[in-house]
Design a protein around this ligand. Structure first.
Ligand code: UDX
Length: 441
């Protein structure tokens, strides 16, 4: 069922469990909508910061919105379930749900949060799962709550679709609002929390809402792996992948987004959700060749740069490679499952010396994540003495580098553009060899 959210809904009392990415952004937006929100996090360090108005996520505008709503008395923070839960109408659960080494979703934080809520939640209240969870998790939550006999806590699933770096915008102006519940009226009550947002509402059962989130991320990942496969053919036949994607994207059935070829997708969501879906499929005996291929192509893309460098530099032992960009995408300092880090590690294994720079990352953090890196403050010092350069994150800062200055300080001439972001002609004018991904270069 689809519709527009009812604009005349009431102001509600809401508790949000987890003040990480999803929880904090949701809390801030719900309080901005006029609701009375209390956000709970058991991490004392994070809580202390929040209480003094400091935010530990890099989202434009979030600190300002948070302060405004806290000062207006609509948003508060605590680490105490006893204080947060008893009087509220809705409890949004926004804790992280990582996958473990065997790709099995690790639901321990979720279970701990539900146990914390279970002792204090009032009868008739509703628990809303915003954490990304595998299909079937809401049934587990019902069991952990002890939702039987005369206890009547309703459960809903409302997935978020936030992109890092624009989460506030994605939450405030959602493209769609998906809510799953056993009862349609519960789902509509949850949708109504976002009352002024003019977004289509999709009301489903619980498992379908859980599937919508993971399938959406899997589809985005599949578009990227698809275009990366096509890029390989472009290289072989002398075609230009960027133009191919542009020509395809004009067809509204295809669209332009997520058709940028390169060294593949990373981050905390796309890889994790794909692995979680594969795990669900395997546990149910369902064949999912497409999803397996999406992952395989992404892993191959990370190795492609290594192959290009070997082709041009020969044995990589004792070669020196500079990596420009470490974050999994620009606009964030997130290194989780970053293709740049995977590349640095493969290069080090091949015997290369690796220098790197990233405008959002400090040397301490880079070294903590990967001990093999020599971290440099900027692209010029990273490139100094390098045999080859790889652009791994398409940061604006790298768009207009002085390539002549770089060429003069390099030992070699190779520039691999892992994001098809740089202007080949400017690099070649400086006497360097430009190689993109599927760019006929
Ligand atoms: C993603 C989804 O977009 C979001 O809806 C969901 O809620 C969380 O996961 P995010 O992790 O912030 O968001 O990353 P996104 O901006 O989607 O990019 C993912 C990766 O794909 C990045 O490494 C990016 O560089 C890469 N990418 C993206 C490409 O390689 N090509 C593209 O065309 C688009």
């Amino acid at each position: 069922m689809s519709g527009i959210v009812n604009k005349s809904a009431d102001i509600r009392k809401i508790a949000v469990v987890g003040a990480g990415y999803v929880g904090l952004v949701s809390s801030v937006c719900l309080s901005e909508l006029g609701h009375e929100v209390i956000c709970l996090d058991i991490d004392r360090e994070r809580l202390t910061k929040l209480l003094s108005g400091e935010v530990d996520i890099a989202e434009p505008g979030i600190a300002e919105w948070m302060t405004r709503n806290a000062e207006a008395g609509r948003l508060s923070f605590t680490d105490d379930y006893r204080k947060a839960i008893p009087d509220v109408d809705f409890v949004l659960i926004c804790v992280d749900t990582p996958v473990d080494a065997f790709a099995e979703p690790d639901l321990r934080n979720l279970r701990a949060a539900v146990y914390g809520v279970a002792d204090y939640i009032s009868d008739g209240a509703c628990i809303v799962l915003r954490s990304t969870v595998p299909p079937g998790t809401s049934q587990l939550v019902s069991g952990w709550l002890g939702n039987s006999g005369n206890r009547s806590i309703s459960i809903a699933v409302q997935p978020e679709f936030f992109q890092e770096g624009r989460a506030l915008e994605d939450c405030w102006n959602p493209i769609r609002i998906v809510v799953g519940s056993e009862k349609e009226e519960t789902a509509l009550l949850v949708a109504n929390l976002w009352k002024t947002r003019e977004a289509p509402v999709v009301v489903t059962d619980l498992a379908t809402a859980e599937m919508i989130k993971q399938a959406s991320n899997a589809f985005l990942a599949t578009k990227i792996s698809f275009i990366n496969d096509i890029a390989g053919i472009c290289d072989a036949v002398g075609a230009d992948i960027d133009k191919v994607a542009e020509g395809m994207g004009h067809d509204p059935r295809i669209g332009f987004s997520y058709l940028k070829a390169g060294i593949g997708f990373g981050g905390s969501c796309l890889p994790k959700d794909l692995r979680a879906l594969l795990h669900t499929a395997a546990s149910k005996g369902v064949a999912v060749q497409q999803l397996e291929a999406t992952i395989a192509v992404n892993e191959r893309q990370r190795e492609i740069v290594l192959r290009i460098l070997s082709e041009h530099l020969g044995n990589l032992t004792r070669s020196s490679i500079a990596i420009l960009g470490l974050a999994f995408k620009p606009g964030t300092s997130d290194l989780r499952d970053s293709p740049a880090i995977a590349l640095a590690e493969s290069l080090a294994l091949a015997g290369a010396t690796v220098s790197a720079t990233d405008p959002a990352i400090s040397s301490e953090i880079a070294l903590r994540v990967s001990g093999i890196l020599k971290f440099s403050p900027d692209a010029y010092s990273a490139a100094n003495g390098a045999d080859g350069i790889v652009l791994a994150t398409d940061w604006e800062e790298f768009k207009n580098l002085d390539w002549q200055r770089i060429a003069d300080s390099m030992a070699g001439k190779i520039v691999v553009d892992g994001r098809n972001y740089l202007e080949a002609s400017r690099i070649e004018t400086a006497g360097l060899k430009y190689i993109g991904i599927g760019r006929n270069s």
